[in-house]
Design a protein around this ligand. Sequence first.
Ligand SMILES: [Zn+2]
Length: 221
Amino acid sequence: MSNSPPLQGVIIPVTPFQQNCSLVWCAATKRAAVVDPGGELDRILAAAEKQGVVIEKVLVTHGHLDHAGAAAELAAQLGIPIEGPQREDAFWIERIAEQGKRYGMDHCRPFTPDRWLEDGDQVTIGAETLSVHHCPGHTPGHVVLHHPASRLAFVGDVLLRGSIGRTDFPRGDHAALIRSITTKLWPLGNDVTFVPGHGPLSTFGQERLANPFVADAVLGG
Ligand SMILES: [Zn+2]
């Protein structure tokens, strides 16, 4: 018996925002997805080559430029589909080029995903299946991807270690964000490790203990 995990990955911090782009692959098939390619495609493609995996799709948690800025370019270059985010983030993706110019990220291009994601959907990476959870608040169309077998979730900018996503952008909603975290993420289990959009990994249980915004003691839960 091998104890090699069925879903494997590496994190590639990209863009001046040091966004945690993830190259994630199915160990059995070596088919991979790039979650949130904000930029620096050369580094993402080099990582795929180094790991010996074939990128089959782009997955996008939300429409902010540091997460989705290079999705169109990567999809076009490899001839692969883009899945996500949820369609309420269309307004962010439409303005991504103009936003990119403001931050010196000239590669940012708008796109229409091949598939918008909805709460309860499933996405595949090779032979592995992840569940989709619509978690509005940071952006209205933000989605979180969860792989139950690995106890692993890709949460974008919904939740960070010791913090939560900003809600001071257009259509940000603090109350909705807290509701997303407590009603969509916590039920996945305290032992679930999450990859946030920025900074180090953590677990939902750790955040329920010590996160100054959403710990159980803070929210009175
Ligand atoms: Zn964001």
